[in-house]
Unconditional design. Sequence first.
Length: 450
Amino acid sequence: MSRVLIRNVSVLVVPEQGECRVDEAQDIHVQDDRIVAITPTGGLAAPGAPGTREPLFEVIDGDGLLAVPGLVNSHTHSPMVMMRGAAEDLAIEDWFNRRIWPMEVNLTAERVRVGARLACAEMLLGGVTTFVDHYFHADQIAAAAIESGIRADLAPTFFSSAGQDAIDAAFEMTRDLSTRHPRITASLGPHATYTVTDEDLRRTADRADGRRIHLHAAETVDQTRASVEKHGVTPIQVLERTGVLEAGALIAHGCGIREEDLPILQRYADRTTVASCPKVYLKLAMGEVTPIKGLRSAGVDVGVGTDGAAVHNTLDVWEAIRMVALTQKQREHDAEWMTLSDTLRLATRGSAAAAGLTDQIGVLEPGRQADIALVDLSAPHNQPIHDPRAALVYSVRASDVVTVLVAGQVVVRDRQLTTMDLTEVLAEAKDLAHTLVDLSQGGAVQHYAP
């Protein structure tokens, strides 16, 4: 039995409705992988304290720190950290066709593993305890996640152009990943409605068997327009008629979701979520951002993600949270929309739903997984503190994260990884990165033409 006590810490409380708050001077009691109690400091005897029979394994001093639910990166392609900064100042078509998909010809299991290790290190150090991934060689990403101690939901990616054997292999990989480790879950990963045929989407829905389908759909207004012109239906209508929404889906981006799509999504709101990655939409000049207000009015949960670092440049979810709040205010022309509490709820409960872990993570309360980040708000960019919720949304940096627990295990202590040698992770990535961005081989894994 493992026991941890986080003593005398402030705690972010995120109710299902209403205002979030910060409770000061709290003790968080962790047993094995779960929070068992949160009490006023000193209100409950610590394990191992005089007069108790429970062994005391670790006490973490939370004085001056704020405990928040471990962040969730709701949609990313973690090994793409190896392409960071290698595809800049390009429109979306050229970004795919001149850089990314030609680079991905170079993917190997080793290069994916090295990239995933670097990504896991970056995310953990920034307080991200769960990531929802969509990429190739997902078994290598799983190995990196297990080694690092992070939690992950992995979707092995496929295109219809790869052929039925490759698609069947992706299905088999999803089944295999589900059995690898308690912290690893798996989803089915068709790439997008414009790169996977309706027939293959139907096959995916038929093979779901209770697993979610994680894919890109209605990423841009142009994609939706092209779908209507070519097929007479929006990408969301494609997802309905192929059974993807019925099976349960995590939709990446959804910036092209139309008003008429909302009633469709509402019918499947109990099993459909959307991941919003707003920095990407600004950088690629996509014209629109995820219509979060409409989705929430339809009862659809929305989570916060970074997408891959080949476009987002970082896997900093704090930055993504800030971007969500700012872009949504701009989109709705309403400074009172996306309040601090609504933004924090999106980033915690909403992102937990996007990870398919609604009842396990996303809030700090007894019975939940002990995925916890301790944040230091003492740096000048956070001071003075008039409202710690405002600091979390608009000021906090990844470097403010001090200590991180995943499933009750300390994976970052005093801003240092405990599970991996960061120097070795960085050196390995540096040695291999040039091989991945080499364009001399020619070809591409796919062509972007939605």
